[in-house]
Design a protein around this ligand. Structure first.
Ligand SMILES: Cc1ncc(COP(=O)(O)O)c(C=O)c1O
Length: 397
């Protein structure tokens, strides 16, 4: 009988992509929508990186490469882990993939199967639970809130681990909350990870987008759990390279060689031209990167003052990444004309249709109270968005 697999029936569509599509549709019909949904820098890829891509084409570097990425790119990642984290790894610990999302998919497929549980502290990035389900494993959500800056504590982690627990997924700086784990907090969590000997994915894709002079600490730096940690990273966010699709995973070598095996059948290799561009990104001049980071920090500061002016809301000041995650629970249950705004999904529908601001409902990240606003946009446009939200909320009775 002809039918789709049961596995695929467990997966939801990405709410972040569907609202972005709706905003694009409304804009195409002439509506002026302030789009605060985007999960990518609004800067172009720096010129030195683009030139490295152009050179790769001119040099005819346009054929299949090694499945897990070229040696030169892996060596750059090895040097990065030494320089940034003082961690000694070899190229056998690195796999380059078509984006960090693809690296996550490979890793989860490598480590997880039916019967396994994967702990995901909510709010969490949309794709983690879906990738876990695709691997036929079960996501187990642990809710966190503003009282711990949305961070998981060792006690709560310990309480939620059982004999089926295979993996924990952490993200720092976090999408959607902007929280960062400190070195001390990670060392305490590591003790629980070691005691139960589970894997931990540590998604550090926003590691360079960090504010207030805070330092990023990688879980890879904790010697005791080095073989439990899978570090996920990539060039998308730091280098404004979301379309180039290069990410990577760093882990114990049997995990990496299995990822390469999967990848060799699924995609052959990451894009050859983008691999060359990623080398330039990681090892080339970083001046422009610091300029972009400073711009994000300025927007975060200006944007946070505006967010604080939205009546009856709460927001943890993000320490990294480029999102505000705002608690709008006060407004749930209120009415617009005769329609009750029951959920944060309804509220986001109202925001897009009345004040004409596109934002992502917190339910995409496992929260029924929050709405996510991206500040990867000009401060003028962000202010326009906040002014509209404040005016729009006055319509709710
Ligand atoms: C937390 C997190 N991890 C991974 C990714 C995926 O990044 P990439 O573009 O490298 O696939 C994203 C992108 O939105 C993200 O927010």
């Amino acid at each position: 009988m002809k039918r789709l697999s049961n596995r695929i029936n467990t997966i939801s569509r990405s709410k972040t992509l569907s609202v972005t599509a709706k905003a694009a549709e409304l804009r195409a019909s002439g509506k002026d929508i302030v789009v605060l949904t985007v999960g990518e820098p609004d800067f172009p890829t720096p010129m030195n990186i683009k030139n490295a891509g152009k050179k790769a084409i001119d040099d005819n570097f346009t054929k299949y490469t090694a499945a897990g990425g070229i040696k030169e790119l892996k060596e750059v990642v090895v040097r990065k882990y030494k320089e940034d984290f003082n961690v000694d790894i070899g190229i056998e610990n690195v796999v380059a993939c078509n984006g960090a999302k693809h690296a996550l998919a490979n890793i989860i497929l490598t480590c997880c199967e039916a019967g396994d549980e994967v702990i995901i502290p909510n709010p969490a990035w949309v794709s983690y639970p879906e990738l876990v389900r695709l691997a036929s494993a079960t996501p187990i959500f642990i809710n966190t809130d503003e009282t711990t800056n949305f961070k998981l504590t060792p006690e709560i982690l310990n309480k939620n681990i059982n004999s089926r627990t295979k993996m924990l997924i952490l993200c720092s700086p976090s999408n959607p909350t902007g929280s960062i784990y400190t070195k001390e907090e990670l060392i305490e969590l590591a003790k629980v990870i070691k005691k139960h000997d589970i894997y931990v994915i540590y998604d550090e894709i926003y590691e360079k987008l960090i504010y207030d002079g805070n330092e990023h600490f990688s879980m890879m730096q904790i010697d005791d759990i080095r073989n439990n940690v899978i570090s996920i990273n990539g060039v998308s966010k730091t280098y404004a390279m979301t379309g180039w699709r290069i990410g990577y995973a760093v882990a114990e070598k049997s995990i990496i060689s299995t990822c390469q095996k999967i990848q060799s059948h699924m995609t052959s290799n990451p894009n050859s031209i983008a691999q060359k561009a990623a080398i330039e990104a990681l090892e080339g001049d970083q001046t422009e990167i610091e300029e972009m980071r400073k711009t994000f920090e300025m927007r975060r500061n200006v944007g946070y003052e505006l967010i604080k002016q939205i009546p009856h809301t709460k927001c943890h000041k993000p320490e990294g990444a480029f999102y505000f995650f705002v608690d709008f629970s006060y407004y749930l249950g209120k009415k617009f004309n005769d329609k009750v705004i029951e959920t944060n999904d309804d509220l986001c529908d109202f925001f897009i249709s009345e004040p004409k601001v596109a934002a992502i409902t917190g339910s995409a990240f496992g929260s029924d109270k929050h709405v996510r606003f991206s500040f990867a946009t000009s401060k003028e446009r962000f202010k326009e968005g906040m002014d509209r939200i404040i005016e729009g909320l006055k319509l709710l009775k």
